[in-house]
Design a protein around this ligand. Structure first.
Ligand SMILES: [Zn+2]
Length: 114
């Protein structure tokens, strides 16, 4: 019954996120392709997407809040890998509060890097 994440649907989603959140790398301007995206979380409230630039190797995490159609994007250190974020984000069904916590967590990291 659940065939929603077959390759076509997944690519379609990735293209949607490229179109909605970021078409180009923040750092070097290289256009993203669906191969550069990793969907970490996707539910009815929000999506968390990892962008990896194939050219300059920079990484960004984007959160997309579906009910309001707003996205946030921030650079992350490469030592925070996708699995780590995934574990953190996918503990269970995400509430708005948890999204906020993830957001603050990532923002905190960003501050450390600067
Ligand atoms: Zn780049």
């Amino acid at each position: 019954m659940v065939k929603s994440l077959n390759k076509n649907n997944l690519n379609e989603k990735k293209l949607f996120f490229i179109d909605t959140i970021a078409k180009f790398c923040d750092k070097c301007g290289n256009p993203y392709s669906e191969n550069d995206l990793e969907i970490i979380q996707d539910n009815s409230i929000s999506s968390i997407i990892h962008f990896h630039c194939a050219k300059c190797k920079s990484n960004h995490i984007a959160t997309f809040f579906k009910p309001i159609g707003i996205s946030n994007r921030m650079p992350i250190n490469t030592d925070l890998d996708v699995e780590e974020i995934g574990k953190f984000a996918a503990m269970r069904e995400t509430s708005a509060e948890e999204i906020l916590q993830i957001y603050l967590y990532l923002k905190e990291r960003e501050r450390v890097l600067v």
